[in-house]
Design a protein around this ligand. Structure first.
Ligand SMILES: Nc1ncnc2c1ncn2[C@@H]1O[C@H](COP(=O)(O)OP(=O)(O)OP(=O)(O)O)[C@@H](O)[C@H]1O
Ligand SMILES: [Mg+2]
Length: 304
């Protein structure tokens, strides 16, 4: 079972996250990144976080501890921004916390240039993402962190943010477990991920027992009133059935033939050139934001 803690202090919103998670201190003296039930992404994002995160942990991938956080919106009465207060006021009760990794860095393309990743590890992560249809681990938004960074131990990759995985739970009636996975822009695509080795190693571990154990971690409250399912138990069985069928059909979705870093860069350059071509003359000097390049240092070039 996920541990339960009570929030004692709302420290700050994390505005870099689309769902505006918050850094929260709790009564076990821990610090957590909390995803709130009242966010626009809704409860399904939290369900995906628990299922995929706990599956990752069970398969031996690095993933920070998840806890259930009892949260009283009164704690953030001092929060100056109305939209953040609205989110917190809509989230009393149990929310989802992830252990805060102090000093962790986002795994950006800049970091990736010098950070070594073993093809076997890359393969395991891509395999998990393909199994759970995670559409949010791209070069632009890796949802990977590097930690620790203070020199106490070698820095390693940690998985975070699986809220956009399990896309099939948004359309149960039309999703087939054999569906191919779009891996072209995967954050680890150019590390030569060995997905075949990962399939051989990990597929036998994703048993029905493991899936049932992982599903048991999802609070009932996040699975009730789910259209098409009479009880939380029925919803859990549907997730476990789907993932069991998908793991058995890995030949149909196993990604191979990853584009190289150069191919991706060429594709990106082509896209940028097309955009540039379509612009009127006076717009041609606007910085191109394809691929989120680092902020421009020298603005004088725009002054003519
Ligand atoms: N456990 C953690 N420890 C340290 N920093 C974290 C942790 N989890 C998240 N962060 C930081 O907060 C940012 C936003 O988190 P996350 O991606 O989980 O939020 P989100 O709302 O789901 O974001 P989005 O949907 O925009 O990707 C991360 O990019 C990272 O910088
Ligand atoms: Mg994210």
């Amino acid at each position: 079972m996920l541990r339960e803690v009570a929030a004692t202090r709302y420290v700050t919103p994390l505005r870099s996250g689309g769902s505006v998670p918050g850094v929260v201190e709790a009564d076990d003296l821990g610090t957590y990144v909390v995803k709130f039930t009242g966010s626009a992404q809704g409860r399904k994002a939290l369900v995906a976080e628990v299922i995929v995160g706990e599956l990752a942990r069970a398969l031996g991938l690095r993933f920070p501890e998840l806890v259930l956080v009892h949260f009283d919106p009164e704690l953030a009465a001092h929060e100056p921004h109305q939209e953040v207060r609205d989110l917190l006021n809509a989230s009393p009760g149990v929310n989802l916390g992830m252990d805060y990794l102090p000093g962790a860095r986002d795994f950006t393309p800049q970091v990736a240039k010098t950070f070594p990743v073993d093809p076997l590890e890359a393969g395991r992560i891509v395999w998990l993402d393909a199994l759970t249809v995670n559409v949010d681990r791209t070069v632009h938004s890796s949802n990977l962190m590097v930690w620790p960074t203070l020199g106490v131990a070698p820095p390693r990759l940690w998985l975070i943010d699986h809220g956009a995985a399990l896309v099939f739970h948004h359309r149960w009636d039309t999703s087939v477990p054999e569906k191919a996975y779009d891996f072209r822009h995967h954050a680890l695509g150019h590390y030569a991920p060995d997905v075949r080795a990962a399939d051989t190693e990990l597929a036998p571990k994703v048993t029905r027992e493991l899936l049932d154990e992982v599903l048991a971690e999802v609070p009932d409250a996040w699975l009730t009133d789910e259209p098409g399912f009479a009880t939380p138990g029925e919803a859990r069985a549907a997730y476990a059935d789907y993932l069991a069928a998908r793991v058995a059909a890995s030949e149909a979705w196993l990604p191979t033939d990853f584009p190289s870093r150069e191919e991706l860069a060429a594709e990106e350059a082509l896209r940028a050139a097309r955009t540039q071509e379509g612009r009127p003359k006076w717009l041609k000097r606007v910085p191109d934001l394809h691929g989120k390049p680092p902020a421009e240092q020298d603005w004088s070039i725009h002054l003519g």
